[in-house]
Design a protein around this ligand. Structure first.
Ligand code: AMP
Length: 559
């Protein structure tokens, strides 16, 4: 390949993009592999072939039609991973309803905000999981449920929501039962479902994902069939998935990682989806990999850490694994090596991107050098353009840091009902990520930080990632997060929160001594704290914003 001269590259592809709706693609795959195992949900005892999955999807789709759900209506789904979630994903796509992924960790305030923001007409909710009482929360927001007919809710706080469908076997006042809805469709609804195939367009919005809110208010990234179908297909291609593969999906369905890189990657390739548990759990994930002989496994870096560190890890046979995707956060080199050596995932890929680009725009490939697979997020995926720009939107020279921007089929339509935020984020068709990176002359991109993640200490710009990578080389350190805390003198000071390897002890001084002479003095953490866990979002993304606030409070108390 010719060498690049500036930080712009378009990913090379072979073949075509899939220009079709999710429903059309799904039916085509079912026709080709009707008897292949499509869906295994271990905690619900589900083992369905593609044919059976299609029957269940169509039953729900027809039930929703019978309830009066029209193309373009917003239908929320709220709960941890389940077969109901998966069939809701395809059933809504088949009838052209826009699926609204509601974060299973949300509480009342956030639920009210998202349902009203996108004017959800219906919501399909789980009963409860651990401390999340989904139905109780819906009843608290809409006490009118106690007395209304199912489908005729008129709630003061949720003015657009008419229909609540509850999962599980029981029945609740004012709500439909999921299975009952699946039985509602008759000949008329099946005929309407068939007719919709020719009505829906690949460029229609089909999904709203609220970005995880590690920064600012939740914003509803609005994605089309074409956006997410192709992103799933391309990532499945990157993993070389075939109908013989079994992909273990312990990541949440409510996030693109689960529903696109998991579900759509598997389905577009005719492979089997394996869900080990409602929410991530390292033990059930290892059990699922062994029992189902999984060939691929997804996770954010911290999930792989807890699997590899599990006391029973050595007792599992995970030798069937060969690939999977690590995404969502930077993967330290040491961890990548363990994933390759101990989990046998020789062909594991790093995926990088954001919800707004459906969600990945960079990927490493198995044939990339170890250096590129550990220190970069790979190159632009097929058909996607990437540029790295300075503050004036000018493409920077090779090797120079700037903001990573994406243009192409995967860029969202916009943030639902938020033209200002959309205009700030998509400029001339280019989606601005807020991430900083550099591109080398072969197109490999290295993430160097986030615009907001940057620490400025006494006028010096510091990229936490760099310090984290260095600290990971300390044999006692299992995990580390570096961030800035306010300082009256320097503006900001560097702080490191460290998780030590089991059984180890250390001191602030020992860590600073380790840095001395190895990294520039201003990068040496002024504050070091040893912690057992980090504040996290449900997707397993660490919330530095919370750590910063907790640290500020501690320092205020000490002053
Ligand atoms: P989300 O929209 O929740 O998928 O979060 C996207 C953000 O997660 C990106 O903008 C990055 O800051 C971060 N991210 C995702 N994947 C990676 C990766 N492989 N390496 C580093 N950061 C990542």
């Amino acid at each position: 390949m010719t060498k690049l001269t500036k930080s712009y590259m378009v990913g090379e592809g072979t073949g075509q993009l899939l220009y079709e709706t999710i429903g059309t693609c799904f039916d085509r795959v079912v026709n080709r592999h009707p008897d292949n195992l499509a869906l295994v949900v271990r905690h619900q005892d589900i083992r369905w072939t593609y044919k059976k999955l299609q029957q269940e999807v169509d039953r729900l789709a027809c039930g929703l039609i019978a309830l009066g759900i029209e193309p373009g209506d917003r239908v929320g789904v709220w709960g941890p991973n389940s077969y109901e979630w998966v069939i809701t994903q395809f059933a809504t796509a088949k009838i052209g309803a826009i699926l609204v992924n509601v974060n299973p960790a949300y509480r009342l305030f956030e639920l009210e905000f998202v349902l009203n923001k996108v004017e959800c007409k219906a919501i399909i909710a789980a009963e409860k999981f651990k401390s999340s009482e989904y139905l109780n929360m819906l009843n608290a927001l809409a006490p009118e449920l106690a007395t209304c007919e199912p489908g005729y809710l008129r709630a003061g706080k949720l003015p657009n929501l008419t229909t609540v469908i509850r999962m599980g076997e029981e029945r609740s006042p004012g709500m439909f039962n999921f299975e009952d809805v699946c039985n509602l469709g008759g000949d008329e609804e099946y005929a309407r479902l068939a007719a919709l195939r020719d009505v829906l367009l690949p460029d229609d919005a089909i999904n709203i994902q609220f970005t995880s809110g590690t920064t600012g208010n939740p914003k509803g990234a609005t994605l089309t069939h074409c956006n997410i179908l192709n992103n799933g297909y391309e990532s499945g291609k990157g993993m070389a998935l075939t109908p013989d593969d079994r992909l273990c999906i312990p990541v949440p369905l409510y996030h693109c990682f689960g529903m696109v890189l998991g579900v759509l990657a598997a389905v577009t390739r005719g492979a089997t989806m394996v869900f080990p548990s409602p929410v991530f759990d390292p033990l059930t994930t290892l059990q699922a990999v062994q029992a189902e002989k999984c060939t691929a496994l997804h996770g954010v870096p911290t999930m792989f850490v807890t699997e590899l560190d599990h006391p029973e890890f050595a007792s599992f046979d995970v030798s069937t694994l060969r690939t999977g995707i690590i995404a969502g956060a930077p993967c330290p080199e040491k961890l990548m090596q363990q994933i390759i050596d101990d989990l046998h995932m020789q062909n594991v890929l790093i995926g990088y991107g954001q919800t707004e680009v459906s969600p990945i725009n960079h990927m490493t490939l198995p044939e990339d050098s170890l250096e590129n697979r550990t220190q970069t997020v790979g190159r632009p995926i097929p058909y996607v353009e990437i540029k790295i720009v300075d503050a004036n939107n000018r493409v920077v020279p090779i090797g120079e840091q700037g903001e990573i921007c994406t243009r192409g089929y995967s860029v969202m339509k916009g943030y639902w009902g938020d033209p200002e935020q959309t205009a700030e984020t998509i400029v001339n068709g280019w989606l601005h990520s807020g991430d900083l990176g550099t591109m080398n002359e072969d197109g490999y991109v290295r993430i160097t930080g986030r615009i907001k993640d940057m620490i400025i200490r006494g006028g010096e710009n510091i990229y936490p990632r760099e310090i984290e990578e260095f600290l990971y080389t300390h044999p006692k350190i299992a995990e580390v997060q570096v961030f800035g805390v306010e300082d009256p003198k320097m503006g900001e000071e560097v702080c490191a929160w460290i998780q030590l390897v089991d059984g180890e002890t250390s001191t602030e001084e020992e860590i600073r001594d380790f840095c001395r002479g190895q990294i520039t003095h201003f990068k040496i953490p002024r504050y070091v704290r040893f912690v057992d866990e980090y504040p996290m979002t449900v997707t397993g993304k660490i919330r530095k914003i919370d750590m910063r606030a907790m640290m500020a409070e501690e320092l205020r108390g000490a002053a």
